[in-house]
Design a binder for this molecule. Structure first.
Ligand code: HEC
Length: 247
């Protein structure tokens, strides 16, 4: 009976890291993106969107094109021809030409490097951010996830134009208007479902960008867990053997 309890404790201990991984992340009020970095097709589509629509303003300087080509099984020629729009070389990091000073002048705030945004903000945040652009009363862009973002809505032609529907909330006896939900007032070239799918792809790519090693790590991880389970079992047998003499 005592041994049985010890074994249970061991199993619980082994399961701890997994529970921790599940508990981490999250974030309030974000719609789950469903981004899956093990879906190669999704990552490839995400990469294409990223290079076409984001790298005008954002760099991803911790990533090199050739690593991208290899990890996403794109082929270096394909990346050179279709995804690099400047005179950069295949071994170069994904930097951009825009200077910080110019960017600040144009947008009021320099667009941050997006290499690690998947880690600091998370894929769900990015996904919701890309779904959350709306046209406010002044005719400018605003965003439900990042209020008063100085980034324009780069996908408005694809998504169409959303406008907010407000609701009144009371906080400490003071009433104020907050965005309840967004309404599509002008359809874009993509259906809302297709736009969602594209943003899921983009979020998956940004997740990958934040931690490229997780592609390999997750595959190796399964074997590591099996290996540990096997050795835990061996250790248990050994313990039973030792204690037999003690008792
Ligand atoms: C026209 C320039 C421009 C383009 C193109 C652009 N962005 Fe931005 N982006 C900005 C600026 C400026 C900010 C800073 C916004 C702020 O903090 O107010 C920003 C901020 C962000 C942030 C928030 C960073 C943070 O944590 O505060 C994310 C995420 C982001 N952009 C993702 C993207 C993605 C993905 C694309 C491509 C689909 C893209 N951006 C295209 C200018 C741009």
């Amino acid at each position: 009976m005592k041994n049985y309890k010890n074994l249970l404790a061991l199993v619980a201990l082994l399961a701890l890291p997994a529970a921790g991984a599940l508990a981490a992340g999250g974030g309030a009020d974000l719609k789950p993106s469903g981004a899956n970095i093990n879906d190669l097709g999704s990552l490839q589509r995400g990469a294409q969107l990223f290079m076409n629509y984001c790298m005008g303003c954002h760099s991803a300087e911790y990533m090199r094109y050739n690593r991208l080509a290899e990890d996403l099984e794109l082929g270096e020629d394909m990346v050179m021809k279709n995804l690099i729009f400047t005179d950069q070389k295949i071994g170069d990091p994904m930097t951009i030409a825009m200077s910080q000073e110019n960017a600040e002048q144009w947008f009021g705030k320099a667009p941050p490097d997006l290499s690690l945004i998947g880690r600091s903000r998370g894929a769900d945040w990015v996904y919701n951010y890309m779904l959350g652009f709306y046209r406010d009363a002044n005719g400018g862009w605003n965003n439900t996830v990042l209020e008063n973002a100085s980034m324009p809505h780069v996908f408005w032609q694809l998504q169409g134009i959303q406008e907010p529907v407000y609701k009144t909330v009371e906080e400490n006896g003071v009433e104020r208007q907050v965005v309840d939900h967004l309404e599509l007032v002008e359809p874009g070239s993509l259906s809302p479902e297709a736009y969602d799918d594209s943003m899921r792809d983009l979020a998956a790519f940004i997740d990958y960008l934040g931690e490229p090693a997780q592609l390999k790590r997750k595959k190796i991880g399964v074997w590591v867990m099996l290996y540990m389970a096997f050795f835990a079992f061996l250790a248990y047998l050994l313990k039973v053997e030792y204690w037999r003499d003690v008792h």
